[in-house]
Design a protein around this ligand. Structure first.
Ligand code: MAN
Length: 525
């Protein structure tokens, strides 16, 4: 802050001239660069105290092109302080504050030209013209908002109506749901009762069938015993009730490998370790092994290939295994617990039973139970449908449609915008998509996320997020800037950054007559 007396003098001179010049243009005397609201802080009859209160200087130091205050408040009209602010009155247009570093930098910042007072070429005063244009634009906007806000009022009304309708629907659906649940419980009780009766009636048929099966098995068993006994007696040449090795030696069928003799391996195959076999063990052990061989010999069973002995042997073994399995299955059937109620998977069985032809009474019971099952399934489906409607409405009721529901009617409405390459489609509160004009599938540019405007202007920006992943990058997102307009439409779609899309959208929902549309400050006009 040490300054030569010469410099001080020069600056003081400049200040007096400049201050005087400015005072001539303004109603209230104040140093250059000072706004009307701060004029009282600069009194020529007193010392000047910096705004931050740290330093007090003679008033003549104000605007002397030397920075005395840390906050720059002593040099509002020069570029001496880096952090000072220069105020232009811009009479006829909007007043403006610019960093005082721009004072006398050769660039006209203020429309009244006051920021460039020291240069050789004075800046022209364009404030009147600019002010006229700005006022005309403000008027146009005010008219637009006025007209638009009429439509907005209708939107608000419809939005509120829609919301209350949804709330009513929800209440109705809740009622419907509890009614549907009662019906389901009734249908279930009827179904259970009818199924009990049906099962009871079908039991007679199942038991009869079971008896039939047992009878058949018994007959087959008797036939087996008969066949086996017949053959046993045929092989038991001395009729002593025992089959001996000697006796079977002469019987071809025991020659499994057909090599012309019944050898030890073959005795053992049929007799085990014993020398003799009586009728009882012949029936239970030998006969199941022998029967397929006999059938083959008698031409009743032909293997697919007869060239190799081994193959014949295998087929014979398979057949005896099959016969054994049949017995096993029969045994399992016997263990079946047919007291179980019929289940849904038994429907096929029931249909098959159907073909068997029941007596009239049983058929009626089956029909009644089938109808009861159908009605029960319908009741279950009805509940599921009601639940899904409830969920949809609840989701919509939770959505934020603006302070007065002004955006509610736009939910689900879609708007298109075409540029050279793409067709864009925005479905409000749902999603944004992009489709190339050269074909290919739709690309998701984001799903409805949230309002994203700054404080007080929350409803001026919509964010659609989590679109299709960008190649080697993040998921696509879309920002929708909302402006007042008489109709809802997309004005432009751009992609300022790769996979980040920007939409300018106009809609009457954003027209609010009560909000000041311009930034006009009235203090100096
Ligand atoms: C597609 C479009 C473009 C995007 C590129 C990114 O071509 O979705 O908008 O920039 O993919 O790879």
């Amino acid at each position: 802050m040490i300054l030569s007396s010469y410099n001080r003098l020069m600056h003081l001179l400049a200040f007096i001239i400049c201050s005087f010049l400015l005072c001539a243009h303004s109603d209230v005397p104040r140093p250059r660069g000072v706004s009307l609201s701060k004029a009282s802080l600069y009194s020529p009859t007193k010392d000047f105290t910096c705004f931050d209160g740290t330093v007090t200087i003679p008033f003549s130091y104000v605007n002397d092109d030397y920075c005395d205050c840390f906050d720059g408040s002593d040099e509002p009209g020069t570029s001496a302080c880096l952090n000072a602010v220069f105020h232009c009155t811009n009479a006829g247009h909007r007043p403006q504050n610019i960093p005082s570093s721009r004072v006398n930098d050769g660039v006209c910042d203020c429309c009244d030209g006051t920021d460039e007072y020291a240069g050789p070429d004075a800046c022209p005063n364009t404030c009147e013209e600019l002010g006229r244009e700005a006022r005309a634009e403000a008027l146009r906007l005010a008219e637009l908002h006025k007209e638009g806000s009429q439509i907005r009022l209708e939107l608000i009304e419809k939005g509120n109506k829609r919301r209350s309708e949804m709330a009513e629907q929800l209440a109705q659906l809740d009622k419907d749901k509890s009614e549907a649940e009662t019906i389901k419980a009734e249908k279930e009780a009827i179904k259970n009762e009818l199924e009990l009766k049906e099962n009871e009636a079908l039991k007679v048929y199942r038991e009869a069938e079971e008896q039939e099966k047992q009878k058949k098995a018994e007959e087959e068993n008797q036939q087996t015993i008969k066949d086996a006994t017949e053959q046993f007696n045929r092989f038991d040449s001395n009729q002593d009730g025992q089959l001996s090795v000697e006796e079977i030696k002469v019987v071809n069928v025991f020659d499994k490998n057909k090599d012309g003799e019944v050898d030890q391996e073959e005795y053992q195959h049929f007799f085990g370790e014993s020398e003799n076999v009586n009728l009882k063990s012949f029936i239970s052990t030998t006969w199941p092994m022998l029967k397929p061989l006999l059938m083959m010999e008698q031409g009743m069973f032909k293997p697919a290939e007869e060239e190799h002995e081994s193959v014949r042997e295998t087929d014979a073994d398979d057949l005896s295994r099959e016969l054994e399995n049949e017995d096993l299955e029969g045994a399992e059937d016997e263990n079946m617990d047919d007291s179980d109620l019929p289940h849904e998977e038994d429907d096929l069985d029931l249909e098959q039973d159907h073909a068997k032809g029941y007596d009239e009474e049983t058929q009626t019971l089956v029909n009644e139970a089938t109808e009861a099952r159908r009605q029960f399934t319908d009741a279950e489906r009805a509940i599921r449908e009601i639940e899904s409607s409830i969920q949809n409405i609840q989701q919509n009721l939770e959505k934020d449609y603006g302070l007065q529901q002004e955006f509610a009617t736009l939910d689900g409405e879609c708007f298109e915008y075409e540029d050279k390459e793409y067709i864009y489609k925005l479905c409000m509160f749902q999603k944004m998509t992009q489709k190339s004009k050269n074909g290919g599938s739709e690309v998701g540019l984001g799903n409805w996320g949230e309002w994203g405007g700054e404080e007080n202007k929350k409803y001026s920006v919509m964010k659609y997020t989590n679109g299709l992943a960008c190649w080697n990058g993040p998921n696509r997102i879309t920002t929708v800037n909302i402006h007042c307009g008489l109709e809802t439409k997309m004005l432009s779609v751009t992609e300022p950054f790769r996979c980040e899309y920007k939409v300018e959208l106009s809609t009457p929902a954003a027209c609010d007559n009560n909000v000041s549309q311009t930034h006009t400050a009235h203090d100096e006009l």
